[in-house]
Design a protein around this ligand. Structure first.
Ligand SMILES: *[C@@H]1O[C@H](CO)[C@@H](O)[C@H](O)[C@H]1NC(C)=O
Ligand SMILES: *[C@@H]1O[C@H](CO)[C@@H](O)[C@H](O)[C@H]1NC(C)=O
Ligand SMILES: *[C@@H]1O[C@H](CO)[C@@H](O)[C@H](O)[C@H]1NC(C)=O
Ligand SMILES: *[C@@H]1O[C@H](CO)[C@@H](O)[C@H](O)[C@H]1NC(C)=O
Ligand SMILES: *[C@@H]1O[C@H](CO)[C@@H](O)[C@H](O)[C@H]1NC(C)=O
Ligand SMILES: *[C@@H]1O[C@H](CO)[C@@H](O)[C@H](O)[C@H]1NC(C)=O
Length: 932
């Protein structure tokens, strides 16, 4: 619904107590801080474990841990932006639970919904593990954030802390286990608080019997569903706490009913979240886990190609091969080594499959085997290929698309723009033999071309490049190799954008940008024909495009419509004035650890305040908000955030910046621009005497249409997925055009036209059906678009679904000792022991067996004829009489097996991980109720 006066309600909501751990900064620990601390802790554990495996040193950073010092300790400082982005994504999904599911007691462990709350966690964990296995990390992060919320709330909303426990309830993340004795629905659990003193309101027999209960919660006065004798959540919003037994038991903040226990509850929530992350790490392996949190070796950049493979493309494909081989060979083992490789081929009618791998040798091999074949008439499925790449590339990537043909699938233009905006991906087009270059070729006496791109077809690519902040490079096939320097540049680590602008009507204009101390290799890219420019340095010196002897530009390359200028590094404000009768784009980049990331957010209209990230365009003409984080520096502050009109003038809308702690800033603008804009951030690193300037390459638009959709984010193969959505507008009455598109190629049905009364809303439903054989852990991005009746405005909503086959397998693999030979005596150094073990899994099959303790010779092989069974042999000196191995099945159920030189086998869940479990024979667990 459209609502005005949001600014007022936002600030009121800031001060209302939250139902869960708070979601806004304050003295108490909130969901964001709990989540961040646990992720930092778990990431350090993963990096330490990886270092142990690799035999390298690992040093914990100084406290307090931050995304910066943790990334540095992991030897991955260049990953600090992707790390922060991953943390932010997880946090935003966590706090969304309080906004979307405010009154769903199961998501908060309210009202003794223990079974339901636990099912949310364990089902979600299955989805996270499946997504990781398919390397769909963003989907994994989103689900992870969602299930962290109930896990953390358990410690605030239940009486676990009051029962005296000092460790997390590990069985909350283990399907098929008991989390303890839950109070019967009819059993009284609380008495009224004694005036202000609310510390002893849980009944003694509940405490003595170690019975679990949680508080009831309701915001509607007089109507309460609280059964007699039950505890309430408590706090000013909770109406149930005003009827007998009065008062509450939550520990959300220091001011809560049981606020004296807030710190213990929050610490347990951190420990429980760490433990869940550890379970995910053991299931995924260290490297995969680190990728999920955005930490990788090398540049943390993806090398991402979308290439036309139709017949006329053999020259271009040769260039893709050359540049791939050169980037991989020259950067191997350096901080410029790409951490991910993506390739999507397309022709007509085919496109894909998507190839995505971190294995450079494999990628080289695949690229080197690309051939130019097929392709139908003159048009190819370029946008389908691009849609696939955009759906699976990490956020903030640069994609390079090679083609010499028009798009056959032009209808995907808006979907592609939606994906560009939501993922802040830059798309650069390498267009060979467009009509402009052809004309020149023919005048050079070359053979006439058999295919060419008309001006209007090239314009589609230029529009998409412009929307993303990329270049549409138009060159002849012969010139293409010289244009690929841009690819090499963007594969490097820490590339930041200082300025990006475009002028579609070819106006003469001047632009400014700041080069700060941290920036190296400042480089200017200009695409456009017949233009001249003048560059001015901070000291006022200037150099014109015609002047080849000046000292400001250290080198110039021109190929086709594409110019690259390397600037001398001089700290301060630079200017560039461009004169042209044609359209042009300008992008100034450099390398610097300091960058920013941001998301548009919207204040919640629900009872608990907070803000929610948008999956849509922000609203035009009303106030808007961004959550901005500075990366690469713990001390940097934001001094200015502006929304800058991007394609005509340079009109700016300044925002009001408010620090949120942890390097995050909330920025508010009074009126969102009604024209396209980019986001520009200025800031200051402590100790520096100059501001830095960074800019989003992505061009954003606001819209007068709003789209909302809420649905289950899990899609079970063989079923239909219904996604109800609502469109609203404050414009005149009319028919809104609806389009739905998904990255999985699944069949869908939806209304193509919806009548919308101005100021009102209307509903529709998209129904997706998928082929039954989609593997578990695949994901699909659904984009629903709505276009205003006059066609001038549009909005979209982008939703991610994971495809999960089954939630019913929760047994981990078992170990069977086949044989043990041991001649251990007193003098251990002369003696040895050896075991043979068969590892089986009753459902999914064994995925991985890793040695986690012991330094003997460890070998695994698959049992002949049964790939789901693993055989292990282990031989060690009797001086090391113990070994432990991790056993993981294909859906990520994790167990461990311990063997010793003499004693019998014990099977269980890693003891270091699950301190509170005592392990007895045959994998049965008993909850130990005493502390240890
Ligand atoms: C950090 O993680 C480890 C391993 O999961 C866990 O044992 C420890 O309790 C965690 N630390 C905190 C402060 O939660
Ligand atoms: C939204 O509505 C306002 C006022 O009616 C109009 O000026 C603006 O152009 C519209 N924005 C878009 C993106 O259509
Ligand atoms: C909206 O579409 C319906 C069905 O196509 C049509 O009958 C109606 O006249 C349209 N209304 C407007 C205002 O265009
Ligand atoms: C909005 O549309 C619905 C369904 O057409 C209608 O029932 C309702 O009265 C309308 N509301 C307003 C405020 O016009
Ligand atoms: C649209 O759906 C929402 C919730 O799904 C419902 O509250 C609303 O009344 C519906 N509106 C119309 C016009 O049907
Ligand atoms: C123990 O067995 C190992 C190999 O199994 C053998 O090399 C070693 O000589 C034996 N030692 C004794 C004391 O028998």
């Amino acid at each position: 619904m459209i609502s005005s006066g949001l600014a007022v309600s936002f600030f009121l909501l800031l001060h209302i107590g939250a139902q869960a751990f708070e979601i806004l900064p304050g003295d108490s620990l909130n969901h964001q801080e709990i989540t961040e601390r646990a992720i930092l802790n778990a990431t350090l554990q993963a990096c330490r474990s990886l270092a142990l495996t690799e035999g390298t040193n690992f040093n914990f950073p100084a406290q307090p841990f931050t995304a910066e010092n943790v990334a540095a300790a992991c030897g991955a400082s260049q990953s600090s932006k992707t790390f922060r982005l991953a943390i932010l994504s997880i946090k935003l999904r966590n706090i969304r639970v309080d906004i979307r599911y405010a009154f769903n007691a199961s998501f908060h462990f309210d009202e003794e919904m223990f079974v339901q709350g636990k099912k949310i966690i364990t089902d979600g964990l299955v989805a996270v593990k499946a997504s990781n296995k398919m390397e769909n990390y963003e989907t994994a992060r989103q689900k992870l954030g969602e299930i962290m919320h109930p896990l953390q709330d358990f410690y605030s909303h239940s009486n676990w802390v009051e029962l005296g426990y000092r460790f997390p309830n590990s069985n909350l993340i283990r399907a098929g286990t008991s989390i303890g004795n839950i109070a019967d629905k009819s059993r009284a659990t609380c008495r009224s608080c004694d005036g202000d003193d609310c510390t002893n309101n849980i009944l003694e027999d509940i405490i003595a019997g170690k019975i679990l209960t949680s508080g009831y919660f309701g915001v509607i006065p007089l109507v309460s569903t609280k059964p007699s004798g039950k505890c309430s959540h408590g706090g000013p919003l909770d109406q149930t706490s005003k009827i007998e037994p009065k008062g509450g038991i939550n520990k959300d903040s220091f001011k809560s009913s049981h606020g004296n226990l807030h710190t213990r509850a929050a610490d347990l929530a951190i420990a429980a979240t760490s433990q869940m992350l550890e379970d995910i790490r053991l299931a995924a392996g260290d490297t995969t886990f680190l990728q999920m949190v955005g930490i990788s070796r090398g540049s943390s950049r993806a090398l991402c190609f979308v290439t036309d493979t139709s017949q006329s493309m053999s020259d271009d494909i040769a260039v893709v091969k050359t540049v791939t081989n050169s980037i991989i060979d020259s950067n191997k083992g350096t901080e410029n080594e790409p951490s991910l490789y993506i390739l999507v081929p397309f022709s007509d009618p085919g496109f894909g499959p998507l190839i995505r791998t971190a294995d450079d040798t494999l990628f080289k091999d695949i690229v080197n085997h690309l051939t130019a074949t097929g392709g139908g008439d003159n048009e190819e499925m370029s946008l389908s290929g691009l849609q696939l790449a955009l759906s699976s590339a990490p956020f903030n990537s640069d994609i390079f698309l090679f083609t010499d043909a028009p798009a056959k699938d032009k209808h995907l233009k808006n979907t592609v723009i939606a994906l560009i905006e939501r993922t802040q991906t830059v798309v650069n087009f390498m267009i060979t033999d467009s009509i402009v270059t052809n004309r020149r070729k023919r005048s050079n006496g070359n053979q006439p071309q058999t295919r060419m791109i008309a001006e209007s077809d090239a314009q589609l690519y230029r529009d998409l490049a412009q929307a993303s902040g990329g270049q549409a490079i138009e060159v002849t096939k012969a010139e293409l190799p010289a244009a690929t320097t841009i690819i090499t540049q963007f594969a490097r680590s820490s590339v930041v954008t200082l300025l990006q602008a475009s002028r579609s009507l070819g106006q003469t204009d001047s632009f400014n940008f700041i080069v700060d101390e941290t920036v190296s290799n400042p480089t200017v890219y200009i695409t456009g024909r017949s233009l001249t420019f003048t560059i001015t340095s901070p000291t006022g010196a200037s150099q014109q495009s015609t002047d080849s002897t000046g000292s400001l530009i250290t080198s110039t390359t021109t190929v086709g419509n594409f110019k690259t200028l390397q600037l001398q590094k001089q700290v301060g404000q630079w200017g560039i004035r461009i004169e042209s009768d044609n359209p042009y784009t300008l992008r100034v980049i450099g390398q610097s650890p300091v960058d920013f990331l941001f998301d548009f957010v919207e204040p919640s209209e629900g009872p608990f305040g907070g803000f929610d990230s948008l999956d849509t365009r922000p609203r035009a003409g009303v106030n808007g908000r961004l959550l901005v984080s500075i990366t690469g520096s713990d001390s940097a502050t934001v001094t200015e955030v502006a929304l800058v009109q991007s394609s005509k003038g340079s009109e700016e809308t300044l925002g009001v910046v408010e620090s949120q702690g942890d390097g995050n800033f909330l920025v508010q603008v009074d009126v969102m621009p009604v024209v396209e804009f980019v986001v520009r951030v200025k800031g200051r690193v402590q100790g520096s005497s100059n501001d830095f300037q960074r800019q989003s390459p992505t061009n954003f638009r606001a819209s007068n249409l709003t789209l909302t959709a809420d649905s289950e984010n899990i899609f079970i193969p063989g079923t239909l997925l219904s996604v109800p959505f609502t469109v609203a507008s404050n414009g005149p009455d009319g028919n809104v055009t609806i389009r739905a598109s998904n990255s999985g190629g699944f069949e869908s049905t939806y209304p193509t036209i919806l009548f919308l009364e101005g100021g009102n809303s209307t509903n529709g439903t998209v129904t997706l059906s998928d082929p039954k054989n989609t593997p578990s852990g695949s994901d699909v991005i659904l984009t629903i678009e709505a276009e205003s009746p006059d066609g001038t405005d549009s909005n979209y909503i982008m939703l991610r679904f994971s495809i999960i086959n089954s939630f019913n397998d929760f047994t981990h693999p078992e170990c069977e000792l086949l044989n043990r030979e041991s001649n251990c005596t007193e003098n251990c150094s002369l003696t040895a022991w050896e075991i043979y073990v068969r590892v089986t899994d009753s459902e999914a099959g064994v995925d991985r067996v890793d040695l986690i303790q012991g330094n003997g010779t460890f070998n695994t092989s698959l049992e002949a004829g049964n790939a789901g069974i693993t055989l292990v042999s282990y031989a060690a000196s009797c001086c090391a009489p113990e070994m432990e191995m991790l056993v993981v099945d294909r859906v990520g159920n994790v167990g461990t097996c311990r063997f010793t030189a003499r004693d019998s086998v014990s099977i269980g869940v890693s003891q270091s991980l699950f301190l509170c479990l005592s392990i007895v024979a045959l994998g049965h667990f008993i909850f130990k109720l005493s502390e240890h």
